[in-house]
Design a protein around this ligand. Structure first.
Ligand code: FAD
Ligand code: A2P
Length: 269
C-alpha cells in the first residue's frame, strides 16, 4: 500500500481520550480526559499537554491539573487564545478525541511546600484558579488547615462561573461536603462589572476589606499560609502584599509561608 493510501489515523504519543468538554465563555473552557494508570501527582501540580501540529510534531503547553489527585480522570481549565498555537485548536476538541499528556507532574503549589499553619489562602486571577480547583477538592487541604479562603478575581461575572459551580458542587458533595462546611470561604470579585464583591485581590487585602468581610484577622506569619497563581504582574504585586504581612516565599525544598506559580507566561514583565 502506498503512503498516500495509508489510513490517516495517528496514534498520539502519550494519548489520552477526552471524556467531557464544557465551554464557559468565548474565552474559557474546561475538559476532562482519561488518566494514565501510572500517573501519580500531588494536587496543585502541572503537566505538559497538547496536540500534534500540522507536521505531526507534538505542540505542548504547561497546564495545571484542575482535578484532585484522587480522581479517576483528569480535568483542565483553559483559556482560548484566538491565534494561540495550541488553544486555537484545543478549544475545538470533542469528546472521544485524543490529546497528548506528558506524565511528568511538577510545580510549587503543593501543600508540602508550606509550613504548618491555621489558615490557607488561595489567591488567583483568571485561569489561575485551576491548581486550586484541584487543591480545594483534596481532603488533605482540610486535614492540614482549619480554614481555607479562595479569593478569585476576574474582569466579569461570567468568568467566575467555573469556580462558583465548583465550590457549590463541593459543598453539596456527599463525601467531602461535610469536611468543607464552615472551613472553605469563597471570595470571588470582579473588577470590570458590577458584582456584590468587587476589586483587585491586592486592594482587598491591603485595605483590609476581605478580612472584615470574612471576619478573619489580618494575615500574620504565625497563622497564615498562601498560594498564588495569576499573571506575572499579579504574582509580583501579591508577593509584595504577602511580604508586607511578614510571610516568606517557600519552595518544595524549603517550605515557608507562601508559594507562587505563573498561570501563564507573556504579559511582558
Ligand atoms: P501561547 O503562545 O502559549 O500564549 C499566547 C499568549 O496568550 C500569551 O503570551 C499570553 O499573553 C496569553 N495567555 C496564555 N495563556 C493564558 C491564560 N491561561 N490566561 C490568560 N492569557 C493567557 N493555561 C490555561 O489555560 N490553563 C492552565 O491551567 C494553565 N496552566 C499553566 C501552568 C503553568 C506553570 C504555565 C507556565 C502556563 C500555564 N497555562 C495555562 C498557559 C498555557 O501553558 C498556554 O500558554 C495556553 O494554553 C495558551 O497556549 P497557546 O499555544 O494557545 O498560546
Ligand atoms: P483589572 O481589571 O483591574 O485589570 P486579566 O483578564 O487582564 O488577566 O486580569 C484578570 C483579573 O486580574 C482582572 O480582574 C484584573 O483586574 C486583575 N489583575 C490584573 N493585574 C493585576 C495586578 N497586578 N494585581 C492585582 N490584580 C490584577
Amino acid at each position: 500500500m502506498s503512503d498516500a493510501a495509508a489510513p490517516k489515523v495517528k496514534t498520539l504519543p502519550d494519548a489520552q481520550t477526552v471524556t467531557q468538554v464544557q465551554h464557559w465563555t468565548d474565552r474559557l473552557f474546561s475538559f476532562r480526559c482519561t488518566r494514565p494508570q501510572s500517573l501519580r501527582f500531588r494536587s496543585g501540580e502541572f503537566v505538559m499537554i497538547g496536540l500534534l501540529d500540522d507536521n505531526g510534531k507534538p505542540l505542548l503547553r504547561a497546564y495545571s491539573i484542575a482535578s484532585p489527585s484522587w480522581d479517576d480522570e483528569l480535568e483542565f481549565y483553559s483559556i482560548k487564545v484566538p491565534d494561540g498555537p495550541l488553544t486555537s485548536r484545543l478549544q475545538h476538541i470533542q469528546v472521544g478525541e485524543q490529546i497528548i499528556l506528558r506524565p511528568k507532574p511538577v510545580g510549587t503549589l503543593v501543600l508540602d511546600a508550606l509550613l504548618p499553619g491555621k489558615r490557607l489562602w488561595f489567591l488567583a486571577t483568571g485561569t489561575g484558579i485551576a491548581p486550586f480547583a484541584s487543591l480545594m477538592r483534596d481532603p488533605e487541604t482540610y486535614e492540614k488547615f482549619e480554614q481555607v479562603v479562595m479569593m478569585h478575581t476576574c474582569r466579569t461575572i461570567e468568568e467566575l462561573e467555573y469556580g462558583r459551580q465548583l465550590v457549590e458542587n463541593l459543598r453539596n458533595d456527599p463525601l467531602i461536603g461535610e469536611m468543607v462546611e464552615g472551613k472553605l470561604h469563597y471570595y470571588p470579585t470582579t473588577t470590570r462589572e458590577d458584582f456584590h464583591h468587587m476589586g483587585r485581590i491586592t486592594d482587598n487585602m491591603t485595605s483590609g476589606k476581605v478580612f472584615e468581610d470574612l471576619g478573619i484577622p489580618p494575615m500574620d506569619r504565625e497563622h497564615d499560609r498562601a498560594m498564588v497563581c495569576g499573571s506575572l504582574a499579579f504574582n509580583h504585586d501579591v508577593k509584595d502584599v504577602l511580604e508586607g504581612f511578614g510571610l516568606r516565599e517557600g519552595a518544595n525544598s524549603e517550605p515557608q509561608e507562601y508559594v507562587v506559580e505563573k498561570a501563564f507566561v507573556g504579559d511582558g514583565i
